[in-house]
Design a protein around this ligand. Sequence first.
Ligand SMILES: Nc1ncnc2c1ncn2[C@@H]1O[C@H](COP(=O)(O)OP(=O)(O)O)[C@@H](O)[C@H]1O
Ligand SMILES: [Mg+2]
Length: 259
Amino acid sequence: MTRVAVCNQKGGVGKTTVTLGLVSAAIESGRSVDVVDLDPQASATWALGLDGDTGLAEALSSAATSAAAETFEPSPWGEEVRVSGGGAALEGWLPDGGPKTSARTLSKVLGKADAETDWTFIDCPPGLGPITVNALSAADLAIVVVEPSAFSNNTMASVADLVDDVWDRFNPDLDLAGVIMNRLPAVGKEAQVRFDELGKIVGRSAIWKPAIARRVIVGEAQGARRSIHSYRSRAHDVVDAFDTHMRKLERIKKKRDAS
Ligand SMILES: Nc1ncnc2c1ncn2[C@@H]1O[C@H](COP(=O)(O)OP(=O)(O)O)[C@@H](O)[C@H]1O
Ligand SMILES: [Mg+2]
């Protein structure tokens, strides 16, 4: 099992879209996947075909070891996908979920619930608050999703700092796997300017290639609660990009497992 936290301070950049795309690519390649949806908006839970929360917020409030095991529910996307989410109730869990909650609560509550699963993706809410800190504390890898905009670039340094801080204080196993750029427009110079600018902030090699193109089909697939791979013929470039990124994750996992 390898856990990946998908995060950024900024909303609307595509954290959920990238989570769903990676899930889609992972199951396409025969992997089993768990999704932990930490966003009170529960978009990932919904897009994966489940309604309402599956009890994760309650499990987190109890702060009991492995309390999350019962909260994973199968997704209509396929037998190999399970989802655990807290929905709106997560708003109440934090920032002050009471004396029992800490940066390591999610890690403790997940326990070995996903030990038999190949990949666990943790979809974070926008922000760098306690929920994201918990996600990073429970994760092996962090992926930061950005869009080619000035506002997005402005948040990059603080996200990278938070990953460093969590690594330092709570989770020595955490690595910043990379940055995925999403919503790349087909035309316009602005995106290239922002890509170059981001490269200066995080280093060019940290930005995974290719970027995810901005495509109407992405929203359509989400609205239909289907995986992007089920639209393969109409979404080639997006599907290929997620496949490439999933292969990159597999290589990182292999390296980590070997060391
Ligand atoms: N590559 C893309 N092409 C087209 N629409 C996209 C793309 N990525 C995200 N969107 C749309 O942008 C909105 C925000 O994306 P979302 O993944 O929910 O962001 P976040 O989880 O970071 O808040 C959604 O309506 C989503 O469908
Ligand atoms: Mg989201």
